[in-house]
Ligand binder design. Structure first.
Ligand code: ADP
Ligand code: ADP
Ligand code: MG
Length: 499
């Protein structure tokens, strides 16, 4: 069995650092690649060796598959981990890596290909009795036939690009009058954004929850599920808060979803770590959405509740080892929550807010994990995903994990840019979240930027009153009418809060 001795991580930032940490624990040498914008990044400093790929844009650096394979040959690298995003779901790249005699830490190119197309994926799972959202099973070629089908399904419906991803390529159609027009737009958008105009329709689930199952499979055909993650708090169809387990999934539902996910994985002879995404309606019926054939951004919450290191498992599987545990060996321990700390301004439609991390101090203490790839003083580059960090907490139960997260958010000191931290605190303390009664509409239903205006605590009120009295007294004692020019408020944390 090949033992991996040197691993190149074809990615950047937090996920690269996270993967390299596990590699180091396993005695594996690490190689970083980087763009000119990331020269001083922690992932580059951490690696045993590092090679610059080119200028900042991904198309001239992190997406240069052939160049990355060249680096592997020059440095005697025997395996590549692609992380998430970039080349991670590129079947051609996985194939080229394998053909070059390098281990691809991920599934087979065939599995990536099938699951990369939402339509091919639905067709592949058809014989496994997996519940699918009612809709068309093939790409739409005949618009009038599709319109009849849409009427059968019932409006609203969703037109989806088969090659879509990252929350893009979806259009809601409210009624039959807009069907043709929306259809034409969807096809041309899919063609220009993904180079593939294939679209299909799905019933639009109006109050859905997004719940996904983590799977792990070895090359011998054993597949297990590592329970669910709930990712319903989203903005722009993209996740911001995730947790495991879900507040609404019962033992029976967990088993049914887990077994369905294993069926999806079997349908494409899956090996490695993968995620099967489901949409859940208000009656807790679940439907298969798609499979992500890579490590997921939110994988840490699963690690916290199962005690398994998913990257270690990925590496062991890539080497050809059998899974060292079975379904019965796995159990859920406590509760874990992740918030994604994005350089975004929640009071301005979550638009990216790029700049310098003037202050950057991480929270610490029991049950807290921070996966990040920045240091104080660094700039957040405009070229990539604006995620600064993932803040993860673990607690005995859901309430404890939430309390711990609120404490951690309060401890996190970031100045210089706006972040999603305050928004996440708002969400975590909202009754809908704490009660577990929420869906993917949380942001549009409950959030307005005014809610983030700083509220004054009683301690701060007392401080203000004391300062006011002091100021008045100082005025009283003055014989002339010129007011004092000294600034009464000097406490820096107080000033920060007034910003
Ligand atoms: P996850 O699916 O792991 O929860 P995201 O949906 O945020 O996380 O996607 C992970 C990363 O992959 C993000 O950086 C996102 O921008 C990127 N991504 C996902 N799908 C695509 C796609 N089809 N094309 C380009 N980037 C994508
Ligand atoms: P992507 O490849 O962009 O991640 P998904 O199919 O996973 O696409 O869908 C992303 C998100 O869009 C889901 O998490 C959910 O919020 C929403 N969504 C997808 N399909 C439906 C549907 N049929 N009805 C309602 N919402 C949907
Ligand atoms: Mg998805």
């Amino acid at each position: 069995m090949p033992k991996i001795k040197k691993l190149l991580v074809a990615n950047r930032g937090e996920i690269t650092l996270r993967i390299m940490r596990t590699a180091r624990e396993m005695g594996i040498q690490t190689v970083a690649v980087y763009s000119e914008a990331d020269r001083l990044s922690p992932h580059v400093k951490f690696a045993d060796e590092a090679v610059c790929l080119g200028p900042p844009p991904s198309s001239e650096s992190y997406l240069l598959g052939d160049k990355i394979i060249e680096v592997c040959k020059n440095l005697g690298v025997d395996a590549i981990h692609p992380g998430y995003g970039f080349l991670s779901e590129n079947a051609d790249f996985a194939r080229k890596v394998t053909e070059a005699g390098i281990i691809f830490v991920g599934p087979s190119p065939e599995a990536i290909e099938v699951m990369g197309s939402k339509l091919a994926a639905k067709q592949a799972v058809a014989k496994y009795d997996i519940p699918l959202v009612p809709g068309t099973e093939e790409a739409i070629s005949d618009i009038s036939a599709a319109k009849i089908k849409a009427a059968e399904i019932g409006y609203p419906i969703l037109i989806k690009a088969s090659a879509g991803g990252g929350g893009k390529g979806m259009r809601i159609v409210e009624s039959s009058d807009e069907f043709e027009e929306q259809m034409q737009r969807a096809v041309s958008e899919a063609q220009s954004a993904f180079g593939d105009g294939a679209v299909f329709i799905e019933k639009f689930i109006t109050s859905p929850r997004h719940i996904e199952i983590q799977v792990l499979g070895d090359q011998q055909g054993n597949i297990v599920y590592l329970f669910e993650r709930e990712c319903s708090i989203q903005r722009r169809h993209q996740k911001v808060i995730e947790e495991a387990p879900s507040a609404v999934v019962s033992e029976d539902m967990r088993k049914a979803m887990g077994e369905a996910a294993v069926g999806v994985a079997k349908a494409c002879n899956y090996y490695g770590a993968g995620t099967v995404e489901f949409i859940v309606d208000e009656n807790l019926n679940f439907y298969f959405l798609e499979m992500n054939t890579r490590l997921q951004v939110e994988h840490p919450v699963t690690e916290m509740i199962t005690g398994k290191d998913l990257v270690r498992e990925q590496i062991l599987i890539a080497e050809g080892n059998k899974l060292s545990f079975s379904q019965e060996d796995l159990q859920i321990n406590g509760h874990s929550i992740e918030v994604r700390v994005y350089a975004e301004d929640p009071s301005n439609n979550f638009l990216p807010d790029i700049g310098k991390l003037i202050t950057y101090q991480r929270p610490q203490g029991p049950g807290i994990r921070v996966d990040d790839g920045f240091e104080e003083g660094m700039d957040i580059p405009i070229y990539y995903d604006p995620m600064i960090a993932k803040l993860i907490t673990h607690g005995e139960n859901r309430g404890a994990a939430i309390d711990r997260m609120i404490r951690a958010i309060d401890e996190y000191q970031i100045t210089g840019i706006q972040t999603t931290l305050d928004f996440c605190k708002f969400a975590l303390t909202h009754e809908a979240f704490t009660s577990g009664n929420f869906d993917t509409k949380f942001v549009e239903r409950y959030f307005t930027p005014e809610l983030l205006k700083p509220s004054i605590s009683s301690e701060e009120e007392e401080l203000l009153a004391a300062l006011a009295i002091e100021f008045l007294l100082s005025q009283k004692g003055k014989s002339s009418s010129t007011a004092s020019t000294s600034t009464p408020v000097t406490n820096s944390s107080w000033r920060n809060r007034l910003k």
